[in-house]
Design a protein around this ligand. Structure first.
Ligand SMILES: *Cc1c(COP(=O)(O)O)cnc(C)c1O
Length: 389
């Protein structure tokens, strides 16, 4: 079956009530038919629900759909994108291990790698994911993993997944990618050899700014078992209600992403010639430095645009204050268009040097294009650019 059909027709078994839409299963535990069944379930000899920290029908439905959509055999959901990302590192890496990460990663991911993992003896080297030569220099005998985000947040850089895969094969590294910006509708990294794919489901997967959630997909059973063991024992479980929302949202992911991308392309194209902007970056614009690669790896350009207002930090903040319809918020991937100033918010914990290193300038604005009419979004941007002149 095709993407849209899988996203709609993958459903938990109907209960005795013959409901059409999957119900929510708010239960913390499950009952067993017999002592023998309970023993077999605990021993892992039989598959089934034991306790909601482990599995829940709503979480399983969400995971089943994501496996089909990402074309990967194993999935485990969690309470947030960060819980999923942290669990990958904690499940797989050990004291003494080393990983290479793109320096253009989500702010909290950078914090985990830079501030927390070293406390457990896990070191990271941050590299420019465009510059393969620097990757070779970063390799140590203990290097186990290569971590990237593509397109990156908020710089919208698009990296060559096949080149990353070739490097990982050469050095026997686990290739992990945060696929949050693309969603499986626009990009399936497993097709380019990714071993582990993670998502903040809080973004386009929910798509309406309601709940937090995360998910990790694995190609290898061994990786999945390690991450699952860590999550089950430490408890960053996705709630049944959130899983229900996320699974329902997947039913409309394809139509929503088509419209997010169409709106974003129209807005990026219009903004490109605006005299008050220094540059506009969108993977669907021919002017994007990796336009051809984006076209090869992604179905469409995505729902995010970055641009730089003239006048640096002060103008950037004045531009935010002048916005009237769009939301000034830190989220993204919502039906509502959202405007963020990364330098003073999501990436404020980085030093100026680290920020510039990941392409975040003082006047940079990140626009998550919503599903409002594109002319209304543009009109809001135009009036604020005029007002903040
Ligand atoms: C938001 C985000 C995360 C973190 O996800 P949460 O659900 O907020 O924990 C990770 N990676 C990217 C690219 C994100 O945009």
């Amino acid at each position: 079956m095709k993407f849209e059909t899988q996203a709609i027709r993958t459903q938990t078994e109907t209960t005795s009530q013959r409901e059409h839409s999957t119900p929510i299963f708010p239960t913390s535990g499950y009952v067993f038919d017999s002592a023998e069944q309970m023993r077999a379930l605990f021993a892992g000899e039989e598959e089934g629900n034991i306790y909601s920290r482990y599995t829940n029908p709503n979480c399983l439905e969400f995971e089943e759909k994501m496996k089909l959509l990402e074309k990967m055999p194993y999935a485990i959901s969690s309470s947030s994108g960060m819980a999923s990302i942290f669990s990958i590192f904690m499940g797989i890496l050990k004291n003494g291990d080393h990983l290479i990460s793109s320096k253009a990663v989500f702010g909290s991911t950078f914090q985990i790698l830079d501030a927390f993992l070293p406390n457990y003896g896990i070191q990271s080297t941050f590299v420019d994911a465009f510059d393969e030569k620097t990757w070779e220099a970063a390799i140590r005998p203990t290097t186990k993993m290569f971590y990237i985000e593509s397109p990156s947040n908020p710089g919208l850089e698009v990296y060559d997944l096949s080149v990353v895969k070739a490097f990982c094969l050469k050095h026997n590294l686990i290739f992990v990618i945060d696929n949050c910006f693309a969603t499986p509708y626009l990009q399936t990294p497993a097709s380019f050899g990714a071993d582990i794919v993670c998502h903040s489901a809080t973004k386009f997967i929910d798509g309406q700014g309601r709940v937090g959630g995360g998910i990790t997909l694995c190609q290898e059973e061994e990786h999945f078992e390690l991450i699952k063991k860590f999550q089950r024992q430490t408890g960053p479980t996705l709630s049944p209600f959130n899983a229900w929302i996320l699974s329902k949202s997947l039913e409309t992911l394809a139509v929503r992403m088509e419209k997010h991308c169409a709106n974003a392309l129209e807005i990026a194209t219009a903004l490109e010639s605006h005299p008050e902007l220094n540059w506009v970056k969108y993977p669907g614009l021919v002017s994007h430095p990796n336009y051809e690669l984006a076209k090869k790896q992604m179905k469409l350009g995505g729902g995010l645009i970055a641009f730089e207002v003239k006048g640096g930090l002060e103008r950037g903040r004045a531009f935010l204050d002048g916005i009237s319809m769009c939301s000034v918020s830190a989220n993204l991937g919502d039906t509502r268009s959202i405007i963020t100033h990364p330098a003073s918010t999501t990436h404020s914990k980085l030093s100026e040097e680290q920020r510039l290193d990941s392409g975040i300038t003082q006047g940079m604005i990140r626009l998550s294009v919503g599903l409002e009419h594109p002319e209304d979004i543009l009109a809001d941007i135009y009036q604020s650019l005029e007002k903040s002149k």
